[in-house]
Design a protein around this ligand. Sequence first.
Ligand code: SF4
Length: 448
Amino acid sequence: MRTYFVETWGCQMNVLDSQRLAGVLEACGLQPADRPEEADVALLNTCSVREKAVQKVLSRLGELKQAKQALGRPRVVGLCGCVAEQEGRGLLARSAVLDFVLGPGRVAQLGRALEAVAAGEKVSLTGFAPSQEYDARLIARGEGARQFVTVIHGCNQHCTFCVVPYTRGHEASRPLAEITREVEGLVALGAKEITLLGQTINAYRCPATGADFGELLTRLGSLPGVWRIQFVTSHPKFFTDNMIEAIAQTPKVGSYLHVPFQAGSDAVLKRMHRGYTRDGYLELIGKLRRAMPDATLSTDVIVGFPAETEEDFEATLDVVSRVRFGQLYGFVFSPRPRTPAARYPGRVPRSVTGERLERLFALQSIVQFELNQSLIDRRVEVLVDGPAKRGSGSWQGRGPDNRVVNFPAWQSIRVGEIERVVVTGATAHALLGVRAADNRSDQQTPSA
Ligand code: SF4
């Protein structure tokens, strides 16, 4: 087993988990391959948030089976991530090409799974240890200027539509001192922007000191060399006034706040078990805006939750109109295994959910276009990501509010550098800019 490939589906949490899986494989002496069909070990790091996750996994396993039959590779196939946790051993029986199943709480045991496979066994390692085994030294991160750090694992909220508490286990915060050491180490290796990860990140509590998320941000924001800190995902009910003040008073914290509201109707919020009301959410948004007038708010919305009426949906549109989110991720309700909402009566017909989602996106598109237009002529400090996906010659970077800015490249431009651009145009989904004449960064480039 000399080479590996990890295929990542889903969220930033999975991106980091894939780096953790790669780190374990590299510690076992494996090297990265360019494609799963060329690798000795191929891992699918899967996501089960959307519908048909299992079918998609089985279809991908079918392709890998064909590759193995035709090319002899991948020799070993492992299923990781949330679908692995959700389906467990059952998938081993459904796919002959699959050698092992490894849940997100068992990343550190990947070596054990490979040993079992080498001994001719098919294993399923799922479930969660009392404390999650997260070894920051064993993460194959690459040299990117933008890095992820988990601060809290799992989730205890049990929103009735969500599979995460079943696939990622109970909430467990990492010690503040350990997170601080990890961030310092990343900065020393050249990281500029650190994105802190957690399903309910603002529920963070240091198990050693009791420090909350605001205190964690204050600490990380004081570290020399950290240029910008971002974080996802906040739960509306865990913000406190002190925490909001800490976010607002820590200059290195980006101006991007992802605060899912999911639905605008109190009846739907109650059935979702979200723990807040529409008025409570709007009150929170008011506090956040007063503390951070320039912050860009982003959100998640579910359309067509069971028994959602037209009136309920209009309440959702009303929240979108009032708050004017800079970004919105909208999804049609998708019944997930083991979740209470999957058994709720009143399934909204597909024709209705499709039409509602279109209306939601149409409204959001107008809001986003107007907000982006209002940024024309602003100078924005961006972290350069590299060539834009579309558009010849353009590069792209992200500003402190997570907005994408596209701009023409210049000769000395480098990935991972901080540059200043002037916004010259805007669509609903991106800003267009040019290099600022005075291209000095507002903050010092990290010097750790
Ligand atoms: S808080 Fe987020 S991750 Fe936790 S159950 Fe609710 S939607 Fe899922």
